[in-house]
Design a protein around this ligand. Structure first.
Ligand SMILES: [Mg+2]
Length: 227
């Protein structure tokens, strides 16, 4: 028997990223690198700064500033480029599947690991994940999930742990302590999943949180050893 019985995923930063094929040309006029890998790194730099500043979920100022800095925008242009990013990065732009995650989801599905999604979103995440070919509830073009919870739809958002109450009935045969929740936000994901009785894990591909007192993985692929 493995460490865990099931896994729930945050969507943003775990399954999908703000689409770098849109954000690369958006930010090149301000000195941003036209490089997907640089933009991937910038997302986690943004999330780390957002958590460091203890920003509310709706306040992305610190994320935007760190993101444009990480793609190479010069200091005297950061405020303007951050504003451009803020006006462009809508909920629907969180649609670029993380390649390593797609591979890992396929492996977890083949191993029969029960999975679900719990996301702070805007009512769009289930359709975006379907169209991106990542996953859907039940059988389909992506990996089968038992449930996809969108905070806008259920009316409760992380860090309120009650958002997990909408997912856990779909995993009722398991002890919540043996269900992993993988997220990319210290402030939104870690404490709330712990309060809900789950085992929280932070996806931290660039070691932005070396002093963490909770478990971290560098990618979703690391979970494959846990089931
Ligand atoms: Mg996230």
């Amino acid at each position: 028997m493995g460490r865990f019985d099931a896994v729930l995923f945050d969507a943003g930063g775990v399954l999908v990223l703000p689409d770098p094929t849109v954000l690369r040309p958006l930010l090149t006029p301000y000195g941003g690198a036209d490089d997907t890998e640089v933009h991937r790194r910038a997302h986690y730099a943004g999330m780390a700064n957002k958590s460091r500043q203890r920003s509310e979920e709706v306040d992305w100022t610190s994320y935007n500033t760190a993101y444009v800095g990480a793609v190479g925008v010069a200091d005297d242009t950061i405020a303007h480029a951050a504003s451009v990013l803020d006006h462009t990065r809508s909920a629907h732009l969180w649609r670029w599947p993380i390649p390593e995650t797609l591979v890992a989801l396929g492996s977890l599905a083949r191993d029969g690991v029960p999975m679900g999604v719990v996301s702070n979103a805007s009512g769009q995440i289930e359709e975006v994940l379907l169209r991106a070919g990542v996953c859907q509830v039940g059988a389909g073009p992506g990996v089968a999930m038992r449930v996809v919870i969108d905070s806008h739809v259920v009316g409760v958002a992380k860090p309120d742990p009650r958002i997990f109450d909408f997912a856990l009935p779909h995993f009722a045969e398991f002890d919540p302590e043996r269900i992993v929740y993988v997220g990319d936000s210290v402030t939104m994901d870690i404490a709330s999943a712990g309060e809900a009785g789950l085992h929280p894990v932070l996806i931290d591909p660039y070691d932005d949180h070396p002093d963490a007192d909770f478990e971290r993985v560098t990618s979703v692929q690391a979970l494959l050893d846990w089931f």
